[in-house]
Design a protein around this ligand. Structure first.
Ligand SMILES: Cc1ncc(C[n+]2csc(CCOP(=O)(O)OP(=O)(O)O)c2C)c(N)n1
Ligand SMILES: [Mg+2]
Length: 565
């Protein structure tokens, strides 16, 4: 068929608009709603037109989490296309993670045909009636910034432009578009791309000069300022400037549930993951891109301490309830704030003013490291694998090119990272199953990197492992997964024991509903042509990790199933 002679379809406009907005991949899981898109992709291939590369992902959760990972490493939003309401429903857990992680994404799905007969694309199979909803977007509206249903074929370009500008405007996040198949199948005129309206987007927010000056005054007047970070380091430059400022002005830094590398654990200003006793010692606390800087039911700052909330959306406006105190709140991108703060602090804090504080923090951090080192040494003498030991052993396979994916079990106390941009942790909503597909997305976006994920056994099983291993082999995305397999939903058990330490549940060690066996995950990856090993003894772990890392670097996906306690 000569593609140039058939009437142009709205679906062709649509996929070319995606490409024009920088979308390189379309993560899809198809259904009967896809016919116009499949026709459009086929015509684009024949006509050599620039469109995204469609990639079938055999589970919708994996599709969204892959897109999430790809955006984290490239900074570029991705697009996902799913099958009507049922496919969308499968993706919502991953959408919640992306939304709370403020990841720009175009999530789309088909919509069952409106018309029962009479139009090209009208309902043609049994399911087209039952798949219709009164409000398809209603099931996910709370987790997107914008949703829309494309109404006319000639709207394709402007709809994509609108969706992409909203997704990428601060605070960034997913948007949702539904695409009825009659509309995608409409015939449209071929409008030259250069006649489309221009759409300049605003830059992320920058701090107002008086706010920076006031913050610098507060820091200069404080005895022990503490910075608590969460999402800081998504832009690796943030970690560079934060470290420089902290080390120059003697500012304590405690990343709490950090999603990215904010500061090296070897920096003397690093004071642990979680403020611990420092929360009470500090007289000034800078909460930097952290939705939950501490757990109020368990700990609190000293009564007179001042708190400053800093972030692109420092009020976390989409959280129904959040009541952390604030004496100053600043809406700003982190890098802009840190850069502005550096010169203001230089004018107010001479080196001599911070010598004693730096010494105190340096000694404090050395004590913390000594404690962690003792834990590692003890772990090395045990007959079973533990969290400190597994993390410690990872040091040997982490190189400057390594990206670490953390679905809860990665601990920099035992395995300090050194490079900005090297850490990617599951988002604050903690929708499990994210790590394995996110690692694939990272590899897709950064093929030259070595991608290592540390996952719980529960987290691995939530990830639809078969779908993920399938993607790794079909798309040639070799990553290494290390499973911290404690045979347990450890977090569930901890919560039970925390609430009822002396209750009936504690008599069974809190394991009711938390016990998992130790399944042979290594065999699952082998069935997909990957390299798998099961490790029972601590002494066997370093060599097993080295073999698996070598296999991964040679192009084979790999998994080490570390039986642990
Ligand atoms: C999709 C989803 N379902 C359930 C939970 C509740 N949950 C939180 S932590 C956890 C246990 C995770 O187990 P694992 O990954 O093995 O980590 P461990 O706590 O054992 O270290 C569960 C089930 C969740 N966060 N997300
Ligand atoms: Mg577990």
């Amino acid at each position: 068929m000569d593609a140039t002679k058939s009437p142009r379809l709205a679906a062709e406009d649509y996929i070319e608009a995606l490409a024009a907005h920088g979308i390189e991949h379309l993560f899809v899981n198809p259904g009967t709603d896809f016919a116009p898109l499949i026709e459009a992709f086929s015509r684009a291939a024949q006509g050599n037109r620039l469109v995204p590369k469609p990639m079938v992902v055999p589970h919708e959760h994996a599709a969204v989490a892959m897109a999430h990972g790809c955006t984290l490493v490239t900074g570029k939003p991705q697009a996902v296309m799913l099958h009507v309401n049922v496919g969308t429903a499968n993706a919502i857990n991953a959408l919640i993670d992306a939304s709370r992680d403020r990841v720009p994404m175009l999530l789309t799905s088909g919509r069952t045909p409106y018309t029962e007969e009479g139009a090209h694309g009208s309902r043609s199979v049994y399911i087209h009636w039952a798949q219709e909803m009164f409000d398809q977007a209603g099931m996910l509206r709370e987790f997107v910034k914008w949703d829309y249903e494309m109404r006319r074929g000639d709207q394709a370009w402007s709809t994509v432009a609108r969706a992409m500008e909203i997704a990428q405007t601060s605070p960034t996040g997913p948007v949702y578009l539904s695409l009825p198949r009659e509309v995608l199948g409409e015939e449209v005129a071929d409008v030259p791309a250069n006649t489309r309206p221009r759409r300049a987007r605003p830059l992320p927010p920058r701090p107002a000069a008086p706010d920076v000056a006031r913050l610098a005054e507060m820091i200069a007047g404080a005895k022990l300022p503490l910075i608590i970070t969460g999402q800081v380091g998504r832009d690796p430059a943030e970690a560079v400037v934060l470290t420089r400022i902290a080390e120059r002005f003697g500012l304590a830094v405690t990343p709490f549930n950090p999603r990215h590398f904010a500061i090296s654990a070897h920096s003397p200003m690093f004071q642990g993951f979680g403020a611990g006793a420092l929360l009470k010692e500090a007289d000034l606390i800078l909460v930097m891109e952290s939705d939950v800087p501490w757990i109020p039911s368990k700990e609190s700052p000293a009564p007179g301490a001042k708190v400053v909330q800093i972030g692109e959306d420092p009020m976390y406006q989409r959280y129904p309830m959040r009541s952390f105190p604030s004496d100053l709140s600043i809406t700003t991108g982190t890098l802009a704030l840190l850069e502005a703060l550096e010169s203001e602090l230089a004018a107010r804090l001479p080196d001599s003013a911070v010598v004693a504080r730096k010494q105190y923090l340096t000694e404090r951090s050395a004590k913390l490291h000594a404690g962690w080192q003792a834990e590692i040494e003890k772990a090395g003498t045990l007959a079973h694998n533990t969290l400190p030991w597994v993390n410690h052993c990872l040091r040997d396979i982490i190189a400057p090119d390594t990206l670490v994916v953390n679905e809860y079990s990665f601990r920099q106390e035992y395995c300090p990272l050194e490079h900005p941009g090297s850490l990617f942790s599951v988002g604050p909503a903690g929708g499990l199953g994210w790590g394995l597909p996110a690692a694939l997305g990272l590899k897709l976006g950064a093929p030259d990197k070595f991608v290592l994920s540390l996952l719980g056994d529960g987290a691995y099983m939530f990830a639809n492992p078969t779908a993920c291993h399938f993607m790794a082999s079909t798309q040639n995305l070799p990553t290494l997964s290390v499973i911290y397999n404690n045979g347990l939903y450890g977090a569930v058990r901890r919560a039970t024991l925390d609430m009822y330490p002396k209750g009936a549940a504690a008599e069974a060690d809190g394991r009711l509903l938390a016990d998992l066996a130790n399944p042979p995950f290594e065999e699952i990856i082998c069935a997909h042509g990957g390299y798998g090993e099961r490790v029972e003894r601590p002494a066997a772990l370093p060599a097993a990790l080295a073999r698996a890392a070598a296999a991964t670097r040679a192009g084979q996906q790999a998994l080490v199933n570390v039986i642990s306690r």
